[in-house]
Design a protein around this ligand. Structure first.
Ligand SMILES: Nc1ncnc2c1ncn2[C@@H]1O[C@H](COP(=O)(O)OP(=O)(O)OP(=O)(O)O)[C@@H](O)[C@H]1O
Length: 328
């Protein structure tokens, strides 16, 4: 294929989020460079391709505006449960929810409904959003994310009306409806005159959630479980606490990274898991991306052990400065 067409394809793949087109175009470019004996460039292209494979690029398909004024946006779910490292209990419970959804006709013939209200709680960066996305992918449903800024808006008095519009729209769709930072809805807004109104909004929201049909799977996430009162907890048939990574999960993460890159990280996955001082999956992901970037940019003379040690040092300094900040 002419080079100009390859470049056009690359831009098209980027703008449309088309992973297949991206992969085939980069492969074609690498092959072309190799044929020209530009082996270093070909190696770099291939290494980058390897690193980008399986990366999360949730594609925002469209923001709904018909019927409810852009109160939601849709993500085309790409995450799978296999790509996440989850505790057995979480995975098993979610598998049950999936089975109940898949076999809801059978349940209904016995007068039963599948569970469809899930509450995820835990510190930031440990997979709550990713779980919602994977659930949608496994159920082959779109993931509809609630846009609080649109729902709450500047006039609190209009919120109940907007919520009604949102729920009227959603109940006719098979989907996973995701409320991130669920606690923000009930938060005080400084103006004490609004407290009564907020309570009305929250109770109207809870009633709406209660009345949703079971083909709408509601997933709510909170980093502050302690801010939710019992009335909220009670609503959710499935309540899961999503913890930071254990040592074994960190080890499994580095094992996977090593396999994905097809080379040693200069330490055993277990040793690396022990050395890296981080408290969330999101941090481990950033560390790994950091290492991968420096590795690719140092090709063909990259020394992985040196790079990993250098980044470990940086991350440990970062962790220490966080501790110092919080002590001051
Ligand atoms: N259990 C996990 N296994 C593998 N990767 C994970 C896991 N949890 C999180 N990640 C990675 O960490 C990143 C952040 O995760 P995610 O956004 O799902 O966390 P969150 O709990 O929703 O965070 P927040 O509360 O800040 O919204 C994601 O890009 C994901 O790739």
């Amino acid at each position: 294929m002419p080079r100009a067409d390859l470049i056009v394809n690359l831009v098209k793949a980027g703008s449309q989020g088309d992973q297949g087109l991206f992969r085939s175009t980069v492969e074609a470019l690498a092959a072309e460079e190799r044929a020209k004996r530009h082996h270093q460039l070909a190696d770099k292209l291939e290494a980058n391709l390897k690193l980008s494979t399986g990366k999360r690029t949730p594609e925002v398909v469209r923001a709904f505006d018909g019927g409810h004024g852009g109160l939601l946006y849709e993500i085309n779910p790409q995450r799978t449960f296999d790509s996440l490292l989850l505790e057995d209990e979480i995975r098993n419970t979610l598998n049950e929810v999936i089975e109940e959804q898949h076999r809801r006709d059978l349940l209904r013939s016995y007068g039963l409904e599948p569970r469809h209200r899930v509450l995820l709680s835990g510190p930031p960066g440990n997979g709550k959003t990713s779980i919602a996305e994977a659930l949608a992918a496994e159920l082959m449903m779109p993931l509809l994310v609630v846009r609080y800024e649109a729902v709450i808006g500047s006039f609190l008095g209009e919120t109940s009306g907007r919520l009604k519009r949102l729920f009227d729209f959603v109940r006719t769709h098979e989907c996973v409806l995701f409320f991130d930072e669920f606690d923000t809805l009930g938060k005080e807004r400084g103006d004490t005159h609004e407290t009564g109104e907020i309570k009305r909004v929250v109770s109207s929201l809870l009633l709406q959630i209660d009345s949703l049909p079971s083909h709408v799977v509601v997933v709510t996430a909170t980093n502050h479980a302690e801010l939710l009162d019992r009335a909220v907890w009670r609503r959710f048939q499935v309540r899961l606490s999503v913890p930071p990574p254990s040592l074994a999960q960190k080890e499994a993460w580095f094992q996977r990274l090593q396999e994905k890159m097809g080379l040693s990280l200069g330490h055993t996955p277990k040793a690396l898991a022990k050395k890296l001082n981080v408290s969330s999956f999101s941090d481990i992901e950033q560390f790994s991306d950091d290492v991968s970037r420096r590795y690719v940019l140092a090709l063909p003379n990259a020394d992985m052990k040196l790079i990993v040690n250098d980044r470990l040092r940086q991350w440990s300094q970062r962790a220490n400065s966080k501790v110092t900040d919080s002590n001051n």
